[in-house]
Design a protein around this ligand. Structure first.
Ligand code: MG
Length: 382
């Protein structure tokens, strides 16, 4: 056992002995990583398992929950009208997980925790992407609004009913805290590096893949993207290797290059921040400014493309038309169920007594896939 492993083992309370899976982790985790042996446990205590660490268990619970399965029929940016080849919330989630694990392993962070956090990061998205979120937020204004990150936390903490002895998935406290920290970039204390890595991977994935999908469905032309230094430089690097690529082959190669470039840049920038600031513990991570960041130059280039995509793709007339239709159907369905609570499924009717009718209707609608929301709309609304 290496000295670092011995040191950690000595600091673990005897009542909480590390198991084989965790000892393996000490050997490779950096001192600023969240070790599994030092997890604060779960709200409802459960015995440890000898063959799976706590975050591996979290990952398995997330993958087996129904909100996870429904991600396959939830909009990322493009809905079913645009065909079946673009990304869904599920494939986006898997892509984020790949990028985040790569970053985490290279930085010697806890890959199990990163995997659990990545797989859970978009569980709270309602049908129809951000359009659906805006509608639910308006419908629920009186009772505190709706935000997908907050809703994701409620899903894993209370809404999923899969175990006889506790509500929700009873995830490790670090996994819950990581999800709770999403969307709070200006917080006084920074979250774990594992959480920061998932945020960064999400941004790398959607920035690149939304543009890729927009090209594939014909909402955008490659020439428009090549006006930006980010895409222009990626294309230059690709052409250095393959001079004759064109069309879809060129697009694919540029997308690969963009991801590889952003990952390499993020690793270099983050490693140098860790070193320069002498980060050697979880406390140091919390106190430091955000450590997992792109370099200033690349960050700037990414922002330009993001701003362009916002106007050119997310606000494209074809996308807006689909958005508006989806929003009015969702709002009508909300109003119908709020006025006819007898049409809610049994479990939700019971929940409404404790959680309130509006919040419960919101929870029910947020759990729906795009397709199911449309079916229900056509079933109830004449
Ligand atoms: Mg995401």
């Amino acid at each position: 056992m290496n000295p670092r492993a011995k040191e950690i083992e000595a600091s673990v309370a005897p009542a909480n002995p590390p198991d084989g899976a965790q000892i393996w982790q000490y050997e490779i985790l950096a001192p600023y990583a969240q070790s599994s042996a030092r997890s604060a446990g779960r709200k409802y205590p459960e015995p440890r398992q000898p063959f799976r660490g706590p975050f591996q268990r979290d990952r398995d619970r997330i993958v087996h929950c129904s909100a996870f399965r429904r991600l396959s029929h939830k909009t990322q940016v493009f809905t079913g009208e645009k065909g079946d080849y673009h990304r869904t919330r599920l494939t986006h989630t898997l892509e984020v997980t790949c990028v985040a694990r790569t970053l985490g392993r290279a930085l010697r962070l806890n890959e199990d925790l990163i995997e659990a956090l990545s797989l859970a990061h978009d569980l709270g998205h309602p049908p129809f992407g951000h359009a659906g979120e805006e509608t639910l937020n308006a419908c629920l204004a009186e009772v505190g609004g709706f935000c997908h990150n907050r809703h994701g936390l409620r899903i894993v903490a209370e809404l999923e009913q899969r175990y006889p002895n506790f509500p929700g998935l009873n995830l490790s406290l670090e996994t819950l805290a990581g999800q709770a920290a999403r969307g709070h970039k200006q917080a006084l204390e920074q979250p774990l590096l594992e959480v920061q890595v998932v945020d960064a991977a999400d941004s790398i994935a959607y920035n690149t893949h939304d543009a890729d999908d927009a090209l594939n469905v014909g909402l955008l032309a490659m020439d428009e993207l090549l006006k930006f230094p980010l895409w222009c430089e990626a294309a230059r690097r690709v052409r250095e290797q393959w001079t004759a690529l064109a069309g879809k082959e060129l697009t694919r190669a540029i997308v690969h290059e963009l991801i590889a470039w952003q990952v390499a840049d993020l690793l270099a920038e983050t490693s140098s921040r860790l070193e320069q600031q002498g980060i050697d513990s979880l406390d140091a991570v919390r106190r430091a400014p955000r450590l997992v960041q792109a370099s200033g130059e690349l960050g700037q280039m990414k922002q330009e493309v993001q701003a362009f995509l916002y106007h050119r793709v997310y606000r494209h007339p074809q996308i807006l038309q689909v958005r508006q239709g989806a929003q009015s159907r969702l709002a009508e369905l909300f109003a119908w169920l709020a006025a006819h609570p007898g049409d809610l499924p049994d479990g939700y009717r019971q929940r409404a007594e404790q959680a309130g009718l509006l919040r419960t209707v919101g929870d029910y609608l947020a759990g729906m896939t795009d397709r199911y929301a449309d079916q229900q709309y056509h079933f109830y609304i004449p």
